[in-house]
Each structure stands twice: as structure tokens, then as C-alpha cells.
Design a protein around this ligand. Structure first.
Ligand code: GLU
Length: 289
């Protein structure tokens, strides 16, 4: 097993956009520079938002861009029994409680703890499940970004009222199952990191090392996102997307737009200073396209 195992974990909620390709590229190059393995995981738990057709298109797109998973692609929906076992372990440790607060009744920000009186009681089937975050560690060593100022998340939901496992829980378990050593992802997920580390700690897992890099934003300053229907990348011209990324990173001597995905990936891999460049751009939280 390689010393380094990284991953890219897109949600199957829509086609990949330039921000997703940037995220795939940074995690991929980081893994390859460390002679590591790089895995693709499809986050498809939310059956209201995730569709098999999106998962297929994401995988075809990653293939067209030359991103090959070192092992079989993982799907969160294949791991329900793992999440169920982990939830039982957290319940046995007395960390979980049922919550029937409606979203509307709650203020913005961390959960105020209305249902904490249920800590230590049996879980109630139709309620959401929260985890008692007493003692959560907000200090993260990040490879790229200074991480001071992460606010406490409050007792967050690990299983939703509709029965779906929450991303924070699933992701922490996935990193463990896949023996991920490095989570290299966008800074929009920084606030999730203490939650995922907290779950890992209480399940006795070793946490990976984290690196959060800037997210791409459009002309309106908003993060490119599948939810806001950011334009899908054109798979037939990977060089087009790669050259935009190279321009954002102020790289010189780049291949031409028309060159193949393989030539572009070789180019990025040949840059000895790729990681310092990512560290440098991480001084800002965003990169405008
Ligand atoms: N699937 C989630 C997303 O696309 C999380 C990814 C991650 O943890 O890297 O936002």
C-alpha cells in the first residue's frame, strides 16, 4: 500500500464544471508528486439531489480529462452498512441524541442545543440524530491555508430525519475505509474538517492530513457550483479547461489549447513548483476565472 493515498470525491448532483476540474487536478497532482495513489469516490447519498446519470457523466468526464482512479471507483451508496455500524458505535459511546427541531425553528449558526437533554437516551426512529461535540478540536494543521478562525460547528447532524446519513459522517468513514492519508480539497469544505476529524477520533480512526486550496469564483464573486448550474466543462476539449486553469495559476510555457489531456497532465506533473504555487494562491480564499 502506498504511503500516500489521496482522493477526489465529487457529488453526483450535476456535471463537472471548471471548479471541479481544478479540484480534481490539485488533488491528483499532489498525490502523484508524492508517488501516491489517487482514488475517485462518488458522493451519491442524497437521493433527492444525486442521480446515476450524473455519476456516469462525472466518471466519463474525468476519464476524458485523463484522471484515472488507482482503484475501483467508490460509491457512498454501497456503504450504507458501514455507516450504520459506525452510527451504532457512536451511539454506544453515548455521543448521539435525537433531535426533532425543525429547520425553521433554529437560528442561523451552530445548533443551540435544544435537544441535548436527550443525550444518553435511546434514539428515536423518526428524529434526526446529532452528535455531542463537547471537546471538538478546531485546530487543524492545513498544508496550504492558515486555519485560524474556524468557528465551533455546534452539535451537528449525523443522520437526517429522512433517514439519510449526513455527509460529515459518511465522509469520515469513507476516508477510513479507503485508507486515505491526504484530503486535498477546496476551502469551501474547511469548516467540515473539524467535524470529520471529530467523528474519526470517536470511532478510533486515524485522521488524514488536510490541505484546502482556493475555490474558483465567477465574475459575480460566487463559487462555481453544480447547485448554481455552473457551466459544464467541454469534455471534447480538455485542453481548453486546463489552459484556463494554467492562466489562473500564472503558468508559463504551457501546451496549446488543442493539446490532449495527457499532454496537459504531463505538463502539470512536470512542474516542480506546483505545490508552492498552490500554497501561494491559497493566501486568498478564491481565484476568479
Ligand atoms: N462531495 C462533496 C463535494 O463535492 C465533498 C467532497 C470532499 O470532501 O472532498 O462538495
Amino acid at each position: 500500500m502506498a504511503q500516500y493515498r489521496g482522493r477526489f470525491a465529487p457529488s453526483a448532483t450535476g456535471p463537472l464544471h471548471l471548479g471541479s476540474i481544478f479540484a480534481a487536478l490539485v488533488s491528483y497532482i499532489h498525490a502523484k508528486h508524492h508517488h501516491g495513489e489517487w482514488l475517485i469516490r462518488i458522493d451519491d447519498l442524497d437521493e433527492n439531489r444525486c442521480k446515476a446519470i450524473h455519476a456516469e457523466s462525472i466518471l466519463e468526464c474525468l476519464d476524458a480529462f485523463g484522471f484515472k482512479s488507482s482503484e475501483n471507483v467508490r460509491f457512498q451508496t454501497h456503504r450504507i452498512s458501514n455507516y450504520t455500524c459506525a452510527l451504532s458505535a457512536l451511539e454506544a459511546a453515548g455521543r448521539l441524541y435525537s433531535c426533532d427541531c425543525s429547520r425553521k425553528s433554529l437560528p442561523r449558526g451552530p445548533y443551540p442545543g435544544n435537544c441535548r437533554h436527550r443525550i444518553g437516551h435511546a434514539l428515536i426512529e423518526e428524529h434526526a440524530v446529532r452528535i455531542d461535540t463537547d471537546g471538538i478540536d478546531l485546530n487543524i494543521h492545513d498544508l496550504f491555508t492558515p486555519t485560524q478562525g474556524i468557528g465551533p460547528p455546534g452539535d451537528f447532524v449525523v443522520k437526517r430525519r429522512d433517514g439519510l446519513f449526513a455527509y460529515q459522517l459518511a465522509c469520515a468513514i469513507d476516508e477510513h475505509l479507503d485508507q486515505i492519508t491526504h484530503v486535498i480539497r477546496g476551502i469551501d469544505l474547511l469548516q467540515s474538517t473539524p467535524m470529520q476529524r471529530f467523528i474519526a477520533k470517536h470511532l478510533g480512526y486515524k485522521s488524514p492530513t488536510y490541505g484546502h486550496f482556493p475555490v474558483l469564483v465567477g465574475a459575480d464573486g460566487a463559487k462555481l457550483s453544480k447547485q448554481t448550474f455552473a457551466a459544464p466543462v467541454d469534455w471534447s476539449q480538455p485542453g481548453h479547461s486546463f489552459s484556463t486553469i494554467a492562466r489562473l495559476l500564472l503558468l508559463n510555457d504551457t501546451p496549446s489549447h488543442a493539446d490532449s489531456a495527457e499532454i496537459w497532465l504531463e505538463f502539470f506533473l512536470s512542474l516542480d513548483n506546483f505545490i508552492p504555487i498552490i500554497t501561494k494562491v491559497s493566501e486568498a480564499n478564491t481565484l476568479s476565472i
